[in-house]
Write a protein that binds this ligand. Structure first.
Ligand code: SF4
Ligand code: SF4
Length: 391
């Protein structure tokens, strides 16, 4: 497809991908299946050639229909017969033992509707499947590195079942990220980085983005806007800084080590705005330095809060049915409001929720599923105290 969006080499895969890519996680939050097709068609029509999905990106849309991101992406690619270049489809699974890995991978390929070997297709569309281990952390890496899945995934790549191998990870897992890239097996990684949290980049003890780039591994940048919950938090912070969404995106696009920034837009208008930014000139080094100082004025308010990313619920549900992201997200907004000395309507919102403040039995089962390593039971207690002492 014709595109104004520049392409960058995806490490040493031999692929070139658009410097803005499409994160399909939020498809599950749209109102209707029609809206899903609208955004996906727009993405393809703009020449975006990397779509990032995962086995876990499932949920009920606003009409109450259970939707799976992989199914939606596969279905749209099957409908299109006019795509004249391979689409790079990244998908991810939480299988870290041999059995779970093979089950997850086979399910993903079936849900996407991938056919063939080596020259893979979805319908009439040529695709390149990059299969990821989802969310490597200390525990998962201990399993992955000993369970035999690394040998298995290389065999499957050799057999042409998938085309490339990757992993995603998060802040705080730097040791495991480095260990994984040092194996030499991975060709693409997906990591969080943004103007407010540069800990995996230039603010880290080791600039991991630079380290990975120098190994010729492609880097997909997630959380360029600091996570799903950012809009509400940003509304509170935006009076204090001159950084808007376009600046956040351009900051990531201007990082020389990043291959593509994953924009998880929900609506065509949001993605169109991202693409407008992508064709602007990149930031200069002095501009980036100034923006870092600007961002640091507010970034201290953004630590240790729930971002409503919902990753914890992809493979986990609380045995007590505590909707902890919803409660913690209200708590995050309330905390920031207080820090900024703003009026907070969040206690009132909290009281309207149907919450049993005694329901959490502090079993801790949710903690390993939180990308931000939040002490969820402890924070729930704090949230109940701060927001609903009258409940
Ligand atoms: S600690 Fe509380 S919120 Fe977390 S899984 Fe256990 S009961 Fe659910
Ligand atoms: S608890 Fe953690 S993983 Fe879950 S939504 Fe909040 S920040 Fe995301």
């Amino acid at each position: 497809m014709e595109t104004k969006i520049a392409r960058r080499p995806l490490g040493k895969t031999g692929l070139s991908v658009s410097e803005v890519s499409f994160g399909a996680m939020n498809l599950r939050t749209l109102n209707t299946l029609g809206e899903t097709d609208d955004i996906l068609n727009y993405v393809i029509d703009q020449g975006i050639n990397l779509i990032d999905t995962a086995r876990g990106y499932n949920g009920k849309n606003k009409q109450g229909e259970f939707v799976e991101s992989e199914v939606l992406v596969g279905s749209l690619l099957r409908q299109r017969t006019d795509i004249d270049e391979p689409i790079v489809v990244v998908t991810k699974g939480h299988g870290y033992t041999l059995d779970e890995f093979e089950k997850d991978l086979n399910t993903s390929l079936a849900k996407l509707g991938v056919t063939g070997t080596h020259n893979l297709r979805i319908g009439q569309t040529d695709v390149r499947i990059v299969y990821f281990f989802h969310g490597i952390n200390a525990k998962r890496w201990a399993t992955i590195s000993t369970s035999g899945v690394l040998d298995k995934i290389q065999e499957l790549k050799q057999a042409g079942v998938i085309n490339h191998i990757g992993f995603s990870s998060h802040y705080g897992d730097t040791k495991e990220i480095k260990a994984a890239v040092d194996t030499g097996i991975f060709e693409v990684v997906e990591l969080p980085y943004n103007i407010f949290n540069r800990s995996l980049g230039e603010d880290g003890k080791l600039n991991l983005l630079e380290y990975i780039y120098n190994k010729q591994i492609g880097i997909i940048n997630m959380k360029a806007f600091s996570g799903n919950g950012m809009p509400a938090i940003y509304r509170m912070l935006k009076d204090l800084i001159t950084i808007d969404y376009g600046t956040m995106l351009n900051f990531c696009l201007s990082n020389p080590y990043i291959t593509t920034v994953d924009a998880g837009a929900r609506l065509v208008s949001e993605f169109a705005a991202d693409l407008e930014t992508a064709i602007r000139p990149r930031l200069t080094k002095p501009q980036m330095t100034d923006l870092r100082s600007e961002a640091d004025k507010v970034s201290k308010h953004m630590h240790n809060i729930c971002r409503e990313c919902m990753h914890c619920l992809e493979k986990f549900s609380c045995p007590q049915n505590v909707n902890f992201p919803e409660i913690l997200a209200l708590y995050a907004r309330h905390t920031i409001s207080e820090q900024l000395d703003r009026d907070s309507s969040y206690p009132a919102q909290y009281r309207q929720l149907d919450i049993d403040s005694e329901a959490c039995i502090e079993c801790g089962a949710c903690i390993p599923w939180c990308e931000y390593k939040l002490d969820i039971p402890k924070m729930l207690k704090q949230a109940h105290q701060a927001l609903g002492s009258s409940v």
